[in-house]
Design a protein around this ligand. Structure first.
Ligand SMILES: C[S@@+](CC[C@H](N)C(=O)[O-])C[C@H]1O[C@@H](n2cnc3c(N)ncnc32)[C@H](O)[C@@H]1O
Length: 213
């Protein structure tokens, strides 16, 4: 029994050390500020990522429903966009807006390979969304907000394009050098009139969902 406890403690310590190393490696490699480097986009769609960022459960937390019109802001090469397209189904659509044209090109290719026709890659900036007022049923951002210099303006834009009562969701991950702390995110969204719906822990991060005013 004692040997089992020791083994468990060693395994836990090993896991903690490995996690710390991964966080450190990402921070050293990517540095802070600016959009995620396109040359590293492969890390965002690596199959191992599913171990700590399971796609479907995350999107279920974000409350994507069949028929919804959804914005994924900062989709990168499309780790979440493919499944998001499948979840909203043929009656719904996912608008995937990213500031970097090569990232959008990589996303377009991935969507084609996965035969997802209802997710639409677009080049654009979070602070000036090319979308009409109150046109979205949901929006989500994973590891994006910290890369946007004018965050209050981006959140105000999200408020403009979301229908009242719709859901705005975030996931922040500790491996991200531009990680946003929970209190900062809560205050930022509340300042634009969003009300917190729920929040949950993730391995090395958290999700937080809000209702639009
Ligand atoms: C760390 S990556 C995350 C990609 C994706 N959400 C994921 O989890 O795999 C951040 C993405 O946000 C995009 N981005 C950064 N600033 C942006 C802005 N102002 N407007 C739109 N997209 C932006 C970057 O180009 C990059 O693709």
């Amino acid at each position: 029994m004692r040997a089992l406890r020791v083994l468990l403690a060693v395994l836990l310590a090993g896991w903690a050390l490995l996690s710390l190393y991964v966080v450190h490696w990402f921070r050293v490699r990517h540095g802070r500020g600016g959009p995620f480097p396109v040359g590293e986009a492969w890390t965002l769609v690596h199959p191992l990522r599913r171990w700590w960022h399971p796609v479907r459960p995350t999107l279920e937390r974000f409350r994507l429903k069949p028929g919804d019109t959804v914005l994924e802001l900062g989709p990168g090469p499309g780790y979440f966009a493919v499944e998001a397209g499948r979840m909203v189904g043929p009656e719904g659509r996912v608008l995937c807006l990213d500031i970097q044209p090569p990232m959008v090109a990589a996303l377009r290719q991935r969507l084609e390979e996965q035969h997802v026709a209802n997710a639409h890659p677009m080049v654009g900036d979070a602070v000036n969304l090319p979308l009409p007022d109150s046109s979205l049923d949901a929006a989500f951002l994973v590891a994006v907000l910290g890369e946007i210099p004018d965050r209050p303006r981006a959140v105000a834009e999200l408020r403009r394009v979301l229908k009242p009562g719709s859901v705005l969701s975030f996931m922040e991950t500790l491996t991200d050098p531009d990680y946003i702390f929970q209190d900062s995110l809560r205050d930022l969204c509340r300042a634009s009139g969003f009300e917190i719906l729920d929040q949950g822990g993730q391995l090395l991060g958290y999700t937080m969902c809000f209702t639009a005013p």
